[in-house]
Structures are given as structure tokens and as C-alpha cells.
Design a protein around this ligand. Structure first.
Ligand code: NAD
Length: 433
């Protein structure tokens, strides 16, 4: 049966490589759509958990995962040989940076080579990982077609970025506009037909490069705007203005303004990394993307700013950071998610430790964290703990925190996320970013 028919009848077998924050929700969505799905991941622990129906991604519904597994629609393995039987393969592996902030596409390369050994005619391969423009066509296509498969004829190759916003209750994969770019018009047609089965709205673009560029641009846009508002926060601090009041006032404008909020830095697997993919690629075209570098510089400076301001706040109260008990509230990269990859909280904690602060932390999503060689166990936020700490430092404003209690009992609250904004009794012991 031709691939298009198999897709439209939902008889195609779908392989999802990489069962992380992106891959697992996608695998469950495809199983829910009616396809048989095999997940492939090198992490045996994840594979075993999926096969037990044991959820580890908060954006995945427990019942939906269990249903997908017990119905036999979703299985997982570490064995790439299952890809031989797949009609559609979605690649969702990590795209980190090297130590020198250059793209590390080794996972894409590795799985593409594995796939090339198992690829067969009439196969759709879609890269969903975020990467620099050109990856699908310049890097993946030569590897996949080395055995004789021809793009647009026997092999359909596309790029369709995942735009998931972890923790977002309104927008999930199925109702977020899905961009799709194909290596050829036929590749686009097949890829579009595939996503139309499970996603409400598709936005086709003219090439994989456009789709890759769009995804990175979206994250550069966020990085630059966050940097802008972070710089504004530093200026407002010097001028004695409340930056949140300024942002709220600007947001009353009905057009031409979109609020972004400052914080102790940026985190997660996207905003701190993806812009550098573009900055790296742009050098091939004799262009230095200065906005990207500048935004990175400002955002990466925020943990240092937080440390310096905390030092100043303690000084003003006749104390010093060295030896002070600092209770850090929230360590994940954003509120109400369990992901602490690239979180600025760890950087802030490292800096505070270096200055001799005595740290403890609380985070309902993270029972322990590793800073340098040392592991820390999270503590409970109690009135006694708040009272004995020199400062409660809010780095991630989880909704589970009791901000009334924090403000009531802490000697000093340094709130870098405006988590205390709804506290009824405002006190001068609360200092914003
Ligand atoms: N997390 C997000 O919010 C988000 C949003 C949009 C796009 N993205 C992009 O999606 C991609 C995946 O991100 P993620 O957050 O899901 O990462 P992740 O680390 O949560 O998951 C990646 C999975 O791939 C597996 N893996 C790594 N190398 C492998 C290999 N060689 N073979 C088989 N499995 C391998 C890992 O074990 C892991 O389970 C990245 O490019 C990221 O930039 C992420």
C-alpha cells in the first residue's frame, strides 16, 4: 500500500526516536490518533518505564500513556532494528551546545546513521529537534540517501519543529500550529498529510531551511526580549523604580507591545541554547548576529546581578553573604515544571556558595539537586526555617509555594520572579528584582 494511503488509513507504523520532553508526548499523541507507535531511546530506564506505562513527563497525561501502552499501540525499545518496520520516523533527540557554545548535533548524526542502515523505500523521516537552518538537507539527506534512496521519490524527508511550551495548559502539540517544510514538494505533501491526522492546524513552508530558521528565530525572539527586559530591570533597580509596574503599565497599550518579564536568567533546553545554533551558522555567511550574542551576554549576566544585589541587601542590614543562611525557593527553570536543565537557579546557587553562603533550597518538583560535586536534598518551607534564614530567595515562582507564609515569616524576601505579587499584606521586607 502506498505510504500516503497507510498514513490516511492510520495503518502506518510510527517510530519516535528520543522519548524525552518532546518525543514522549508526541508518541502518545500518535498512539491516541490510532497509529501503532514504537519509541526508540538509548536510555534503558525510560524504555522500561514507557513499557510499564509509568509516566515521567508532566505534560503527558498518565491515563493516556497507560491507555496507549495497554492497548498495545505504544511500545518502546533500545533496539534500532524496529525502525525497519516503521513507515514514518520522527526524530526528537537533544541538540545541546559544546562547552564553547557551538552546536552539538552528535545525537542527530548518530540516529541518522542508525536509521540509514534500516531505511527502506516509501519511508517518511521527520526531524523535530531544534537545530540550525540546513541540518536536514545538508547533514541528514546525504546520509539517508547514501544507500540509493531518492528524496521525493522513495524517501520523504522533512523538518517539523516541536513548539511545545512545557507546563502550558492551553496549548499542547495537537492544538499548536505545526510548521512543516519538506526537502522536495513531495516530501512536504507526505509530511503534511501525516501531521494533519493528529494536529489541528498545519502551516506548510517552502523548505526545511525555512522551517528550521523559523523555529530558531522564535527562540531568538524570546531570548532578545527577555534580555531587553532584564536590562530594564537592572536600570529600574538603579533608578529606584518597580520594573513590574513599568511592564504592567506598558502592557495597557492595545497594540505594538508584548510583555516579557525579567528574572534571574534563562533556562530550559531551548532559550539558552538555540540562538547559538543560528549565531554559529551565520558565521558561514560572514555575518555576526550581534543581537543573539548581546542577549546571551545580558541573560547570562543575570545570576551575577542577583548575587550582587543579594550581597547589597544583606549589607544594608548589617550582614554579609559569607555564612548567611539563604533559603532558595524554586530551582527548576520555570514555574510549575519539573525540568531543571540549564536552570539559572543552579548558577545563582553556585555563585552564592562560592561567596560562602550556607544554602538550603525548597522545590516541590525537585527532591535533590547537584551543585558541583555536592548533592543537596530539598527542605520543607516552614515558618521556623523562614525565620532563621537571612533571606528567602525566590528563583522560581512555583504556584505551590505559600507566598503569604513566606512574606509573613521571612526576615527578608528577595523575589526575582514577582511571585509575591498577590500577597495581600505587602511588607518592606520584600525586595523585587
Ligand atoms: N523541551 C522542550 O521544551 C522543547 C521544546 C521544543 C523543542 N525542543 C527540542 O526538541 C529536541 C529534544 O528535546 P527534549 O527536551 O525532548 O530532550 P530530552 O533530553 O528530554 O529527550 C531526548 C531523548 O533522546 C534520547 N537520546 C539521546 N540520544 C539518543 C540516541 N543517540 N539514540 C536514541 N535516543 C537518544 C535521550 O535518552 C532522551 O530520552 C531538542 O532539539 C530540543 O531543542 C525541546
Amino acid at each position: 500500500m502506498p505510504l500516503l494511503d497507510k498514513i490516511q488509513r492510520r495503518e502506518a507504523v510510527i517510530g519516535v526516536i528520543g522519548l524525552g520532553y518532546v518525543g514522549l508526548p508526541l508518541a502518545v499523541l500518535q498512539a491516541k490518533t490510532g497509529y501503532r507507535v514504537v519509541g526508540v531511546d538509548e536510555a534503558r530506564g525510560k524504555v522500561e518505564r514507557v513499557n510499564r506505562g509509568d509516566n515521567y513527563i508532566s505534560d503527558v497525561d498518565d491515563a493516556e500513556l497507560q491507555q496507549a501502552v495497554t492497548s498495545g499501540r505504544l511500545t518502546a525499545t533500545t533496539d534500532f532494528d524496529v525502525l525497519k518496520k516503521c513507515d514514518v520516523v520522527l526524530i526528537c533527540v537533544p541538540t545541546p551546545l559544546t562547552r564553547n557554545k557551538e552546536p552539538d548535533i552528535s545525537a542527530i548524526l548518530k540516529v541518522t546513521h542508525e536509521l540509514a542502515r534500516r531505511a527502506h523505500p516509501d519511508m517518511l523521516v521527520v526531524l523535530e529537534s531544534t537545530t540550525y537552518p540546513g541540518t536536514t538537507e545538508e547533514v541528514m539527506l546525504p546520509i539517508l540517501s547514501a544507500g540509493g534512496l531518492k528524496a521525493g521519490q522513495t524517501l520523504y524527508l522533512a523538518f517539523s519543529p516541536e513548539r511545545v511550551d512545557p507546563g502550558n495548559r492551553s496549548f499542547k502539540t495537537h492544538n499548536t500550529f505545526k510548521l512543516v517544510g519538506g526537502v522536495t514538494p513531495a516530501c512536504l505533501r507526505i509530511a503534511q498529510a501525516f501531521y494533519e491526522q493528529s494536529v489541528v492546524k498545519i502551516h506548510p513552508v517552502s523548505s526545511t531551511r525555512v522551517a528550521e530558521m523559523t523555529k530558531v528565530f522564535e527562540n531568538v525572539f524570546r531570548s532578545v526580549n527577555i534580555a531587553l527586559v532584564n536590562e530594564l530591570a537592572v536600570l529600574c533597580d538603579r533608578m529606584g523604580l518597580n520594573v513590574y509596574e513599568v511592564i504592567d503599565a506598558a502592557a495597557t497599550k492595545n497594540f505594538g507591545f508584548m510583555p516579557f518579564y525579567p528574572g534571574p536568567g534563562v533556562g530550559g533546553h531551548c532559550i539558552p541554547l538555540d540562538p547559538y545554533y543560528l549565531a554559529w551558522k551565520s558565521k558561514e555567511y560572514d555575518l555576526h548576529t550581534r543581537f543573539i550574542e548581546l542577549a546571551g551576554e545580558i541573560n547570562e549576566g543575570m545570576p551575577y546581578y542577583v548575587m550582587a544585589k543579594l550581597q547589597r541587601l544583606l549589607n544594608q542590614r548589617g550582614r554579609c553573604l559569607n555564612g548567611a543562611n539563604i533559603l532558595v525557593l524554586g530551582v527548576t527553570y520555570k514555574a510549575d515544571v519539573a525540568d531543571w536543565r540549564e536552570t539559572p537557579a543552579i548558577k545563582v546557587m553556585e555563585l552564592l556558595m562560592r561567596e560562602g553562603a550556607a544554602l538550603s533550597y525548597a522545590d516541590p518538583f525537585t527532591p535533590s539537586v547537584k551543585i558541583g560535586e555536592r548533592s543537596y536534598e530539598g527542605v520543607e518551607v516552614t515558618a521556623a526555617r523562614l525565620k532563621e534564614s537571612a533571606c528567602a530567595l525566590i528563583l522560581t515562582a512555583h504556584s505551590a509555594f505559600d507566598y503569604e507564609q513566606i512574606v509573613r515569616h521571612a526576615q527578608l524576601v528577595f523575589d526575582t520572579r514577582n511571585g509575591t505579587r498577590h500577597v495581600k499584606e505587602k511588607k518592606d521586607t520584600v525586595i523585587l528584582l
